[in-house]
Design a protein. Structure first.
Length: 318
């Protein structure tokens, strides 16, 4: 990147994650234009110094683009509108589907551009500080084209998993494993509570031993046992990711029974708590005894966020 033209970038989707990534790129010296159909999302990005537009056509042909969208179907309709002369690389941070990414990579290549699936982990803090981690699926050539953006967003903390779509597969597996751990840790701490043991003490002890994890060490103490439930990632999105992971497995004839059971538990919690509940509120469903007293999520039964805006961000898993 030797001149201003090469540092032009569009960020598509200015929700919690996309907005933070746009601000990070702006602070790093990129010439950023953010797109989102919602006034509130654009206004928040503008407060961070990001120029915005409500017209996707305005950013077609921008050398680089970062996508932060709520679903693969939105990726499929967005990418063709971005590909135009001048497009170098599209980096999709959406937790998407491998078939979609393979198709988009082929489409981009036919237009002389690169497309990489790079779903991210690290939450709002990682997006705001350029310290996300990313699961990258791409050809070597596409990765080389996208690398300047990946470095800006991750500081080099990305793994090249394999070809197009492979980043999506491993990210979905990451999320369904986190979903399983959120359930199992909650159930375990519920047992500890029934024995009269402080759940926080149990979680801290387990976190220093072989059963420990980021869920027991960070998520339960910070978001569940505290009663805050403010990770910024919705229960609806985690339930979707868990179901997608099982679906992706089924597409190649795999039948992960434990993961399927976990995905079913998340669907039950989704029905009880609503899609806008924080994903850490799964504890209300699997271990209500350890959840501090208080009103359940006001989002119970609420409608999902509009599909054209990633209002809750793509992930909060560290």
């Amino acid at each position: 990147m030797n001149n201003q033209i090469e540092r032009r970038i569009a960020v598509i989707g200015l929700g919690a994650m996309g907005g933070a990534m746009a601000a990070t790129l702006h602070k790093a010296g990129w010439d950023v234009t953010g797109f989102d159909p919602f006034d509130a999302a654009r206004a928040a990005a503008e407060k961070a110094g990001v120029r915005t537009t409500a017209n996707l056509a305005d950013v077609a042909g921008t050398p680089y683009a970062v996508l932060s969208l709520p679903a693969a179907s939105i990726v499929e309709t967005t990418v063709p509108q971005l590909l135009a002369p001048g497009t170098v690389a599209i980096i999709d941070t959406t937790t998407s589907e491998p078939a979609t990414s393979k198709h988009m990579a082929e489409l981009a290549q036919a237009h002389g551009a690169a497309f990489v699936d790079a779903p991210v982990s690290g939450g709002r803090d990682g997006a705001a500080t350029g310290s996300l981690s990313a699961f990258v699926g791409a050809t070597d050539e596409a990765l080389a084209a996208a690398e300047p953006v990946l470095l800006a967003l991750t500081g080099g903390k990305y793994s090249h998993i394999g070809g197009p779509g492979s980043g999506n597969v491993v990210k979905l597996l990451n999320n369904v494993l986190a979903a399983a751990n959120l359930v199992s840790v909650g159930e375990a701490l519920g047992v500890a509570k029934a024995y009269g043991i402080d759940p926080a003490t149990a979680a801290a002890s387990i976190s220093g031993a072989s059963g420990g994890s980021k869920v027991s060490a960070n998520m339960y103490p910070n978001w569940v046992l505290s009663g805050t439930h403010d990770s910024g990632f919705s229960l609806g999105l985690m339930a979707r990711d868990a179901a997608l992971a099982v679906d992706v497995a089924a597409q190649i004839g795999e039948k992960p029974s434990l993961l399927a059971a976990v995905a079913s538990q998340w669907q039950d919690a989704l029905a009880a708590l609503g899609p806008k509940a924080d994903f850490t509120e799964i504890a209300r469903a699997v271990a209500p005894s350890i959840t501090p007293a208080g009103a359940p999520s006001t989002a119970a039964g609420a409608a999902p966020a509009p599909a054209s805006s990633n209002a809750t961000g793509t992930t909060a898993i560290a």
